[in-house]
Write a protein that binds this ligand. Structure first.
Ligand SMILES: Nc1ncnc2c1ncn2[C@@H]1O[C@H](COP(=O)(O)OP(=O)(O)OP(=O)(O)O)[C@@H](O)[C@H]1O
Ligand SMILES: [Mg+2]
Length: 243
């Protein structure tokens, strides 16, 4: 029997007014797989994550999660089912403490010892020392860790990460990269990374999708990207020297 895909995206399209953000996008994600999604600004990457997490509803096409269509489901139900995400612009609550930020999604996830679990997650992402600080006082790298912690609270089967490395210095990129690798090997969580920092991305994934104007123009290993004329033209540019 063929192994069931965790996520199946079938012919998904979405327009905003006359602007086609996604145009017949199809792909699958296996259990525990790490997939990179790249492409120029405005190519539909965030829109795709918004559709997967239920923030935006597609015009046509279907998304299956663990074999079930999830198209009508609200974001919080998808989160409970195991679809966790972080945002390109972090969405933590600045006036709450670091610990409280992680306890909120836990609370919505059902009963249990929220505080112990939140502290456990903060230890995982390296923020336990900061737990009583106001989240608004965190550095960008720490805010990104806190967003990861919030996404991890509901024990996701897949993590959707929108530009986790953007704006970080090389040391912080390295640290978040190591954190993601550890999370992946310890929990088996599948990850979709939307990313512009290719050097970091290629250290964690063997498979990438390139979007251009809402369409998939390449799918395969990072090494193959530069061999596609269309990818070079639409995204990499002629000066690209390979992963
Ligand atoms: N809520 C919205 N309302 C109107 N247009 C939108 C909305 N969200 C996205 N778009 C448009 O859809 C297209 C795809 O945007 P999207 O944010 O998905 O791109 P992206 O690949 O994430 O870009 P970036 O790399 O800059 O983050 C763009 O033309 C954008 O202006
Ligand atoms: Mg985006």
């Amino acid at each position: 029997m063929e192994e069931m895909s965790l996520l199946v995206v079938e012919e998904v399209s979405k327009s905003f007014g006359g602007n086609r953000a996604l145009d017949g996008v199809s792909f699958t994600l296996g259990e525990g797989e790490i997939l990179g999604i790249v492409g120029p600004n405005g190519s539909g990457k965030t829109t795709l994550l918004n559709i997967l997490s239920g923030i935006v509803r597609q015009d046509s096409g279907t998304v299956l999660f663990m074999g079930r269509p999830i198209d009508g489901l609200r974001p919080h139900l998808r989160a409970k089912m195991g679809i966790g995400r972080t945002f390109q612009i972090t969405r933590i609550f600045s006036n709450l403490t670091v610990l409280e930020n992680v306890m909120i999604p836990l609370h919505y996830g059902g009963p249990g010892s929220d505080r112990d679990r939140a502290e456990e997650i903060l230890s995982m992402v390296g923020l336990i020392e900061m737990k009583d600080r106001r989240a608004g006082g965190l550095s960008l790298a720490q805010r990104k860790r806190l967003e990861l912690a919030r996404a991890l609270a509901l024990q996701p089967k897949v993590l959707l990460l929108d530009e986790v490395f953007a704006g970080l210095n090389p040391v912080s990129i390295r640290e978040i990269l190591d954190l993601l690798k550890t999370l992946h090997s310890e929990t088996g969580v599948a990850i979709i990374l939307v990313e512009h920092v290719l050097k970091a991305l290629f250290q964690i994934t063997r498979r990438v999708i390139v979007l251009s104007e809402g369409r998939i123009i390449y799918e395969g290993p990072p090494e193959g990207m530069a061999e596609s004329r269309e990818v070079v033209k639409a995204y990499l540019g002629e000066r690209y020297e390979g992963p």
